[in-house]
Ligand binder design. Structure first.
Ligand code: PMP
Length: 394
């Protein structure tokens, strides 16, 4: 008997190039700058283990919980986010999600009908593209440069009649571009949202990982039309699958309603662990300081080694935080073709084309500097340089 067909929305979907690449580069002999993986040695397993043991002392940690999330965790997140946006949030303003990825996915269900227009950044966070494609949205791309999304281009498109329902932006230490949306552009974007009535999804999992000083005010501080998402993945552990969002009350209530059908509730156990670690402020502040200093040193080491090796043949964007360095080859060499050669040399990265919507990013690459110590990154830079030299010679 013939199987019933898949839904129409599956037609336009393909597997994320990055998730596929992660399988390819999981080889132990390859230094992978491809995944956005925190250094496993910086994931505080002992502290997590203690928090887990404490949590397991109470039966609530292994029970179903509230759909919107553990109240204590929402209180801690509301307090931290209030400081960032300069406005007091209550625990009832926060919805805890299964990573911020689930937040994006639930928001798409709440806000989008098939055919609605979503403005995405170009290059884009590929996880967001997957969500919006699943929602059968029409994507409109706005370029990202060293100061984040080019809001002048967005304004020109709006003036030309584009009417997005949603604009997605990674405001801090962009994935993959590494850039920070400037304060001027934040204000401009907020004003455009108020004028044209679209929602901004401010997707900010990297904002705490600054090297020199905190990033500018969140866009959520500048407009009521912002739903702000963040996550414990990059500062504690991806495996906790703890993310959160806050913003317009009606939108958050709708997210909670959709989440009831998606998973009933998040994990009580990992939410208790996250609440314990976030509320141990002396420990958490010291932990963040260590991540900022270590990732900052790694970014510097990788970029210096790459600049020394590549000379005038490539440009590397200055890195102010987060986990990614963006490379642009100044020679006509397709980075997707270099990848195969690079893997043979024992190093991997993500070719820029994986993040492109309309833009031709075939000369670009995303390099993650967070996973390995400086000496390994310097070795990776040498291998990368050799791979580009070999590929150019071919
Ligand atoms: N947004 C961005 C920009 C990301 O880079 C990621 C993870 N790579 C996420 C959201 C999702 O992260 P998580 O679900 O682990 O919170």
């Amino acid at each position: 008997m013939k199987h019933a067909a898949l839904s129409a929305r599956m037609g336009g979907l393909r597997s994320s190039a990055i998730r596929d690449l992660l399988t390819l580069t999981a080889r132990p002999d390859v230094i992978s700058l491809a995944g956005g993986l925190p250094d496993p040695n910086f994931i505080p397993r002992e502290r997590i283990s203690r928090a887990a043991a404490d949590a397991l002392g109470d039966a609530s940690s292994v029970q179903y919980g509230e759909t919107s999330g553990l109240r204590h965790l929402r209180e801690v997140i509301a307090a931290r986010e209030s400081v960032k946006i300069g406005r007091t949030l209550e625990s009832s303003d926060v919805v805890v999600t299964h990573g911020s990825q689930q937040g994006l996915s639930l928001l798409a269900q709440v806000l989008l009908d098939a055919g609605d227009t979503v403005v995405v950044e170009d290059p884009a966070y590929t996880g967001a593209l997957q969500v919006f494609r699943t929602a059968q949205a029409t994507l409109a791309a706005v370029p990202v440069d060293a100061d984040g999304m080019d809001t002048e281009v967005l304004e020109a498109k709006l003036a030309g009649g584009l009417r997005p329902k949603v604009v997605h932006t990674v405001s801090n230490f962009h994935n993959p571009r590494g850039s920070v949306l400037s304060l001027e552009r934040r204000a401009h974007l907020a004003k455009l949202a108020d004028t044209y009535g679209f929602w901004i999804l401010e997707d900010d999992p990297y904002g705490e990982l600054y090297f020199d000083g905190p990033p500018p005010l969140p866009v959520a501080a500048l407009s009521d039309r912002v739903i702000r998402l963040s996550s414990a993945s990059k500062v504690l552990a991806p495996a906790l699958r703890v993310g959160w969002l806050h913003g317009d009350r009606r939108v958050c209530e709708a997210v909670e309603l959709i989440k009831q059908g998606a998973d009933l509730c998040g994990s009580s156990l990992t939410q208790q662990i996250a609440a314990d670690l976030f509320s141990d402020t002396a420990w958490f502040d010291a932990h963040l300081d260590k991540l900022r200093a270590s990732y900052g040193n790694r970014a510097k080491a990788l970029v210096s080694a790459l600049e020394a090796g590549f000379g005038d043949s490539a440009r590397f964007s200055p890195v102010r935080g987060g986990m990614f360095c963006w490379m642009e080859s100044l020679e006509p060499v397709d980075t997707a073709a270099v990848l195969d050669v690079a893997v043979e040399h024992g190093v991997a990265f993500v070719p820029g084309a994986a993040f492109g919507v309309d833009a031709d990013l075939s000369l670009a690459a995303r390099l993650c500097f967070a996973t390995y110590p400086e000496t390994v990154l310097e070795d990776a830079a040498r291998k990368l340089c050799d791979a580009f030299r070999d590929a150019s010679a071919q």
